[in-house]
Design a protein around this ligand. Structure first.
Ligand code: ARG
Ligand code: GLU
Length: 649
């Protein structure tokens, strides 16, 4: 959201997390303390950060599908579509600096040509301290009531004539065609809200078989693995502040989807989603059977779906275990980053300096945040899960070494992990730098014996030879089923207005500010306030530490023009907009098109909306723009930023 005529943009703190961390050091810990540029000169430059504006989107379905026939193979179809897309994209960007892409909607039943302008000089302007921007941390993540000040400010720069350019001192703040006015008029239950952003993936039109598999296999498998991992990580972080520093971002990544999947399982069960889908399929089948022409087209689809999902099941499970557990320890991931070292031979010694340099970069990054004892515990647990739950045909060769511990030890996985960690050069910083120092054509002998290099290779070949090939076959099949079933559903419910699944393109959703009932006898208000932060305060719980300056402001009750009419300082609010991952940072507008908040999360009871939306239970969570302004102005004293905005009372 652009919020001034000087290219100021607002997004979420958690979207900027990596960037903020990148600008932080022990001496200048922006991540913990926050950052406020007092002038344009003080803003921080970022490489590889872009801002994208949609210029135009056009329905090009007819052009893309003109030569497609029903009897084509999926491969042929894909080839023609990508050739046609490429041509349209090239034409659209011939005489301009725009970027274009053709994107599929409704699982390939509709295509749009999308033209974007991409800005490449984006500077960091202001971020609150961690204890505000991430208040509640992973404890409150995906939950309402919420009190996170999840915002960050950046600025777009262009070259002196207003076109996108990479960083240069000559660049000037961008004057966008439009910017959003910011409203202080507040929120009331029932108010219209509109969110627009770039959500990633929803799966609203899946058949019951797919939902059943997600619910009974995919999510339980993944949450089991991540849950074990999180137990170890959280214990380690609680035991030592240094480990917390090293592992907080990594843990947040593991935890985010874990918690969402758990919420989804509950939500889908509560909605009885599989049976709801089954009922729909029953009606669909009746419709199909009424007409022989339709029967010809769609008579087999549900049966084919069922077969496909039955066949996918073991491979999909192996894939989840491969990704979450097989590659689930940092040592193996580090080994993956070092690909290339094994190619050194007597005949290509000239590649050594570059490999050495790259490996050193990876190593510096890796060891900075690496705590071997924690990773060792995780490794033991991950191998155990994989070993016990995945059929032998998917086991890496190297598991043979594991088997000898079954005879010798009561804790075979623990001892196997110990063995691997002692033997490897990757799990000991000194050993590894030593190895790099002496890198030569004989190094391969060390690599070939290293447990993690071996395991990485073994897992990779299991994946390539036994998982990927099969999965890909069925995915290609299910992709074409998705397309046909989508088409069938559009015909079955002709006249109904469908909205396509999210696909990382611009999506507008509307709803209203609303309360909800999360459980029997419980009602949630639609807003939270600063006093709620004080209620949650607990100096012993990391996620609930309250910033001292914020506390002062609370006791002084100096909320200025930012307080609600009842005198409270509002922090977050909820509404019934259908949003999903990728909607973080999306502007939330009122009926006048003014900015009233920034979207950053959903409620736990409503995370199943990716698959099945429920108006009674699904809420998107936004930070109230008045809290943002209060933090910028009263907390940070950065009133010059407020002055460049167009504030409406
Ligand atoms: N759940 C929000 C979004 O998916 C926020 C994630 C970041 N925050 C966190 N505490 N991990 O993806
Ligand atoms: N936090 C999510 C994101 O980063 C948005 C929340 C959701 O999934 O609705 O996109």
């Amino acid at each position: 959201s652009v919020i001034s005529d000087k290219g100021l943009i607002i997004t979420n703190y958690h979207c900027g997390h990596g960037i903020i961390q990148g600008h932080s050091s022990m001496e200048n810990d922006i991540l913990t303390d926050g950052f406020w540029a007092k002038s344009n000169e003080e803003e921080l430059v970022n490489e590889n950060l872009t801002a994208i504006f949609l210029i135009e989107m056009t329905d090009v379905t007819d052009k893309i599908l003109s030569e497609i026939t029903e009897d084509m193979t999926e491969k042929e179809r894909t080839r023609i579509i990508s050739e046609k897309s490429k041509k349209l994209e090239e034409e659209a960007t011939k005489d301009n600096h725009y970027k274009a892409e053709v994107r599929a909607f409704f699982q390939g039943n509709q295509y749009f040509l999308i033209i974007n302008e991409v800005f490449e000089d984006i500077r960091m302007v202001g971020v609150p301290p961690y204890s505000i921007g991430r208040f509640g941390g992973d404890t409150d993540n995906w939950m309402w009531p919420r009190h996170t000040g999840d915002f960050a400010l950046f600025r777009i720069y262009t070259d002196p004539d207003g076109t996108p350019a990479v960083y240069s001192e000559e660049n000037i703040p961008y004057k966008a065609k439009k910017h959003l006015p910011v409203s202080l008029s507040g929120t009331e239950k029932g108010d219209f809200t509109m969110v627009f952003g770039y959500p990633g993936t929803t799966m609203q039109y899946l058949p019951s078989f797919a939902v059943k598999q997600i619910l009974e296999e995919t999510y339980p498998n993944r949450t089991l693995i991540r849950g074990k991992k999180l137990d170890i990580l959280n214990n380690a972080m609680d035991s030592d502040p240094e480990i917390r520093l090293q592992y907080s971002a990594k843990t947040a990544r593991v935890s985010n989807a874990w918690k969402k999947w758990l919420g989804e399982i509950r939500g889908l069960n509560r909605l009885d989603a599989v049976n709801v889908k089954k009922q729909y399929e029953k009606e669909f089948t009746q419709w199909v059977n009424e007409n022989s022409e339709i029967q010809q087209k769609y008579g087999n689809i549900l049966k084919e779906y069922k077969d496909t999902y039955d066949k996918i099941s073991p491979y999909s499970m192996a894939f989840d275990y491969f990704r979450e557990a097989g590659l689930g320890s940092e040592a193996i991931m580090f080994a993956s980053q070092l690909r290339g070292l094994e190619n050194i031979s007597k005949d290509n010694m000239e590649i050594i300096p570059k490999l050495k340099k790259d490996a050193k970069n990876h190593a510096d990054n890796f060891y900075k945040d690496y705590h071997p004892p924690t990773d060792k515990k995780i490794f033991a647990e991950m191998i155990k899960l994989y070993y016990e739950n995945i059929p032998v045909e998917f086991h890496p060769e190297y598991f043979k070494n594991l088997e000898k511990y079954f005879r010798k030890s009561e804790k075979p996985f623990k001892h196997f992990a110990e063995y691997c960690f002692n033997k490897s050069i990757l799990t000991d910083e000194d050993k590894f730098y030593d190895f790099l120092e002496n890198l030569n054509h004989r190094s391969i002998r060390i690599i070939e014996k290293d447990p993690f290099f071996i395991l990485r290779q073994d897992f990779a070949s299991i994946y390539r030879e036994k998982i990927y090939l099969e999965l890909n076959k069925y995915h290609t099949k299910s992709d074409s089923l998705h397309r046909v079933y989508m088409k069938a559903q559009l015909e079955f419910e002709e006249g109904k207005i469908f909205y396509p699944d999210a696909n990382f393109t611009l999506r507008v959703s509307y709803g209203k500010i609303d309360t909800y009932y999360p459980a029997d006898a419980v009602k949630y208000k639609y807003y939270t306030s600063l006093s709620g932060i004080m209620e949650k305060e607990n100096p012993d719980i990391y996620d609930y530490k309250v910033n001292d300056r914020l506390k002062e402001l609370y006791y002084e009750k100096d909320f200025g023009i930012y307080s609600a009419s009842d005198g409270t300082m509002r922090v977050c609010f909820i509404a019934s907009n259908h949003t999903t991952g990728g909607n973080s940072g999306s502007p939330v507008l009122n009926a006048n098109g003014e900015l009233i908040g920034v979207n950053f999360d959903r409620n736990w009871e409503g995370t199943m909306s990716d698959i099945m939306y429920d108006l009674d239970m699904c809420r998107n969570i936004s930070i109230d723009i008045r809290y943002v302004l209060f933090i910028i102005d009263k907390f940070a004293g950065a009133s010059h930023l407020i002055e460049e905005m167009e504030i409406r009372m």
